[in-house]
Design a protein around this ligand. Sequence first.
Ligand code: G4P
Length: 530
Amino acid sequence: MANYEKEINRRRTFAIISHPDAGKTTLTEKFLLYGGAINLAGSVKGKATARHAVSDWMEIEKERGISVTSSVLQFEYDGFCINILDTPGHQDFSEDTYRTLMAADSAVMVIDASKGVEAQTRKLFKVCVMRKIPIFTFINKLDRDANDTFELLDEIEKELGIATCPVNWPIGSGKRFQGVYDRDRQCIITYSDTEKGTKEGEIAEISTADTKALEAAIGEEAAGILKDEVELLDGASAEFDLEKVQAGELTPVFFGSALTNFGVEFFLRHFLTMTTTPLPRRADAGLISPTDNDFSAFVFKIQANMNKAHRDRIAFMRICSGKYEASMEVKHVQGGKVMRLSQPQQIMASERKILEEAYAGDIIGVFDPGIFAIGDTLCMPKEQFCYEGIPTFAPEHFARVRQLDTMKRKQFVKGITQIAQEGAIQIFQEFNTGMEEIIVGVVGVLQFDVLKYRLENEYNVEIRLEPLPYEHIRWIENKDVNLDKLVGTSDMKKIRDLKGNPLLLFINAWSVGMTLDRNEGLILSEFGRD
Ligand code: G4P
């Protein structure tokens, strides 16, 4: 057990989130560079082509040159074993992006200093807040002209509703970017545009108490501005409080430029001391401690047909406690079966590697012969508990599915149900009819194409999708509600999910409020529960 503990306690598992183009890939690449996982930065970016070799399960990925699925990277740095969960960076992200956050202990949010908080960050952020995931902010691209620093912080606080605590502070931006001020050590670290792809850069550290040296380094004017800003900052910003950070109430903020490597290692070093070891997880039997319990894991993602030749599915699971050893027997609680996990592997950039052992905090992918569902628990054969389910996230786009050849009804129902089970889409029925009218809901519109493509290619069924105008879906929390008596608005639609739970669709947010007003005691939720 003691051996587990050491391995588990050096693990740090986090998701990296951003709006497309903020610099998530570049930052990840630089992390790997510092960790020595790659010699030259660029390999991650290069995976744009290499990655397809692994996940060429769908032509759409290739055609559009984007990754529909998310991957996991593991690397070592300074004695830590770090797992980064990548989230699809394209605007058309899916529910998987949200689910990935369920498998992480913290999140790193990358923000473009000239753009501020953008749409995708906002959405992912909501999920972090719901789960109280600690959030670390890296404000990137300081080598380009940036927005006013105070305004950026203000925006994060207002838009995301979380207090900020800058760990360092930028000195200028764009052509006038001169480095950062380290608040803790009260010194400046001068900027050097290190050659792209190398980690060596000439940086100097100068104490701000040494006015002469400071002015000599950054100029009198910049030194004066810095002094004023630091005074203002010390008076106005929230004090650093690790407990608040770990409760997801305060985000430490770092400034840097991933492209030129500036501020990346500073971030990594501080982040690793502030983020948590793998956290205990709630199960029906109470909290399961990562170090005091034997192996357990839960499935957070299922990916179909990564290898076209085999039509296989891979179930990604987060190990929550103990140690996994190859060929060990585990129990799939929901299926009620004891089994050996088949070829557990880690997906490292574009390669897969078969694992001999893995620990709490790690993510493994196993071949799934079609038995796992999202949220399923695996544990030791002698144990019996289930981890809390993963919520269903609200789709934002809806379409009615029309099957073109009604003779293929069986394949159609089988196909669409299987695809829904993998979690890429959600399917609903009209409130009063059966499977003849199917409504499909997705988080990102790309999933509509994925559905159409897969039904045609894997199930030989052609469909037509008719977009519906709804944008808001709400689960009904009240157990005893009579849907027939519910008074809605004229644009409201009553539907059911596959488990028979009633839901409501609305065209606009106003109607949601109106319906709540008209039905006393009605409780609507943006997240569905298992
Ligand atoms: P993403 O994963 O969040 O979508 O962003 P990615 O890292 O791919 O970065 C998007 C673009 O921003 C890239 O340029 C990248 O080089 C650039 N970038 C990232 N970090 C910085 C930074 O600190 N400073 C500056 N100036 N640029 C940065 P691109 O032209 O789209 O791609 P590429 O041709 O350079 O690879």
